[in-house]
Design a protein around this ligand. Structure first.
Ligand code: WTA
Length: 631
């Protein structure tokens, strides 16, 4: 495939991708290994939320990510595993070893009855075995559903049940900083509520020796010792399911986004090589968790499809100290470092001495993803980490888009801090006004939609195509709606301004306000809740909850703590409210709809202009809420 390396290339590629999208993507797809070539590149109908790419094509993504590299790079490191504890030794896994381990896990899965099309839930810490597990599912055609190992038993059970998973792959526990989390205990609690689960495979990570249920639970190492290191890759149709990944929705129920094999592989492989201008031999580190889409696409599938060396980091940025990332960059001579604004903002708070201790001269390219990066964080990143020599690619995309959509191309696009800049070739954005008309020209602002399909667009919400259609394809007729707002400046640069729906992004994690409200309502003292986001220095957005109790709370602080614990137990610690204000009522319209606009203003600390409140059922409630606002 031709990789854009100048602005003139970009313009040419972009124009071709709009004029002849099928030829454009077909040429890129030809650089991958197919067992059978496709008959037709694309079929689509956005009105019915239907998209298919590379129809009739047969392939297996693991042959593209592993087998095809063996002739040339069997001994090259595929994965560098950096443990959370810097005192422990890193592990280097070559492409040959990756092949063997993935095949062994594949054989273990098969020996436990997992077949093509079966769903497998993966709930594991960031260890190499997590990568093997994901790739093993892909190899045998099982559909992986990775659930971030910070979710509670209840959230895990919901996701397992929604997908009807047959097997769960987990570990006894995980290290988080110097703390241990008992994952197996959480899995046991979840699986009790999951009738579809037949087997649980458990890796030992924290040596906690949890109890094992005979006939259901199996020890990872014992099973691996019996497994063969070869396993034929299943022939997959381009449109067969590769994975399900849950993301928060505006209603309480998470959405199981479905990605398929062929288009996802092509888009993720292409964008990895283009955006990061990957060169053979380079070391690439994306700090996301594999439990999120960024980890799927740019720790595993993207880099491995390009034959890169990818880093998997088990730890957290602040333990043992705020220098942990920089230490690991020095240790492994990382060339490209891809992280989230929330991590940058939190590290920016500490002394630059934590950065200056380390040699970061191997760095060539920096990236950012997950939420809008504010200019201050961008400048800090540029100055202290990139030493003003490394371009920062601010990549905009979503779980639903599968891969990067709008982003600078490293060393090609002239950068503007906090701008995701231009759409990649193959991506056709549109900025829409509230009435649903496309706004043309530059120097404008509106809602971001996409007019034409790209290969890694999610195909559906698992088990609920109607919901998929409603959420993404009914706001703007014939277009995919992203849920984000954006600006396009005078030079045509895009700046993503954030969500325009009821999703808030806390430390890069998408959370539905309804999901948190439902969790808070589970507390027996709580009658009704409204949750909104508010600007937070480190997390980007924080969670602000307005809570009505049945009785006036006697000890507000104690109740706040209990509510936080309830949310932590039901969803996971990431969703805990930062601020809880007890109120006697909520600003509701006569039709009973909560006017969140007002609550957002209160949460932002800006009550100077609350707009028209006359349509409220009880306008006096606004005064009470404003008076009690938490600073
Ligand atoms: C936000 C993560 C601004 C956006 C890959 C999007 C961003 C949501 C950026 C998807 C960026 C992601 N600039 N906002 N560079 N990247 N977002 O599904 O609101 O976890 O809709 O996918 O994150 O989050 P998700």
């Amino acid at each position: 495939m031709e990789i854009v390396s100048t602005m003139a290339d970009y313009k040419r590629a972009y124009e071709q991708s709009v004029a002849h999208p099928e030829d454009f993507w077909s040429e890129i797809a030809s650089d991958f290994v197919w067992k059978r070539k496709w008959d037709k590149v694309l079929e689509w109908d956005f009105k019915n939320a239907e998209v298919k790419w590379f129809i009739g094509g047969k392939m297996n993504i693991t042959e593209n990510c592993i087998d095809r590299h063996l002739a040339e790079r069997a001994d090259q490191t595929a994965v560098i595993w950096e443990p959370g504890d810097p005192g422990q030794k890193a592990r280097m896994i070559t492409y040959q070893q990756l092949h063997d381990e993935v095949c062994k896990v594949s054989n273990v899965l098969k020996s436990h009855g997992v077949r093509k099309g079966d769903r497998v839930c993966i709930y594991m810490p960031m260890v190499p075995e997590l990568a093997y597990a994901v790739l093993a599912c892909a190899r045998i055609g099982a559909v992986h559903s990775v659930v971030f190992a910070g979710f509670s038993a209840g959230s895990l059970a919901d996701r397992i049940n929604d997908a009807g998973c047959k097997m769960v792959l987990t570990a006894d526990g995980a290290f988080r900083g110097d703390k241990k989390v008992d994952l197996k205990k959480i899995v046991d609690e979840a699986v009790d509520k999951c009738p579809s689960v037949e087997k649980v495979l458990m890796l030992e990570r924290i040596a906690s020796k949890p109890s094992m249920k005979a006939g259901r639970d199996f020890d990872w190492q014992e099973e691996m010792n019996k497994a063969d290191a070869n396993c034929k890759a299943e022939e997959m149709d381009a449109e067969d399911l590769l994975f399900i990944l849950y993301t928060s929705g505006s209603t309480g129920k998470p959405k199981g986004m479905v990605h398929t094999c062929g288009g996802y592989m092509v888009h993720v492989g292409y964008t990895f090589r283009t955006v990061f201008q990957y060169q053979p031999g380079q070391i690439f580190w994306c700090t996301a968790d594999i439990g999120w889409v960024t980890g799927h696409s740019y720790i595993l599938y993207g880099p491995l499809s390009a034959g890169a060396t990818t880093v998997i980091f088990e730890g957290i940025p602040s333990w043992p100290d705020q220098g942990r990332f920089w230490q690991a960059i020095e240790r492994h001579k990382v060339n490209t470092f891809y992280t989230a604004p929330t991590a940058i903002r939190s590290l920016q708070q500490s002394s630059v001495e934590f950065v200056e201790k380390y040699d970061l001269s191997s760095l060539k390219i920096l990236g950012s993803v997950g939420e809008p990066i504010n200019e201050e964080a961008w400048q800090w990143y540029n100055k202290n980490i990139g030493k003003e020599k490394c371009p920062i690619v601010d990549t905009w995309w979503q779980t639903e888009t599968g891969g990067i959509m709008i982003s600078p191309i490293a060393n090609v696009t002239k950068l503007k801090p906090a701008f995701a800049s231009f759409p990649l070739p193959g991506v056709q954005p549109a900025v829409m006004d509230e009435k649903g008309n496309e706004i043309s020209g530059n120097g404008i602002e509106g809602r971001l939609a996409i007019k034409f399909p790209w290969p890694s667009i999610a195909r559906t919400i698992y088990g609920n195509h109607q919901r998929f259609k409603e959420i993404y394809f009914s706001t703007f007729s014939g277009m995919y709606f992203t849920g984000d707002g954006c600006k396009r400046d005078d030079e045509g640069y895009y700046r993503i301004t954030g969500r325009v729906d009821d999703i808030i992004i806390v430390s890069g994690h998408n959370l539905g306000t309804a999901e948190i409200e439902n969790a808070i309502d589970e507390h027996k003292a709580v009658c009704e809740t409204a949750v909104v986001g508010f600007p937070h220095d480190i997390k980007g957005q924080g969670v602000y909850a307005f809570v009505i109790c049945y009785e006036k709370p006697k000890d507000e602080e104690k109740l706040r703590q209990e509510i936080r614990d309830t949310v932590s137990k039901i969803i996971g610690p990431i969703a805990k409210p930062d601020k809880i204000q007890f109120v006697s009522g909520l600003p509701k319209t006569r039709s009973g709809k909560i006017m969140r606009r007002i609550l957002r203003k209160v949460a932002e600390g800006d009550t100077s202009n609350l707009g028209d409140t006359t349509t409220l059922l009880d306008p006096t409630i606004v005064d009470e809420i404003t008076r009690g606002a938490l600073g």
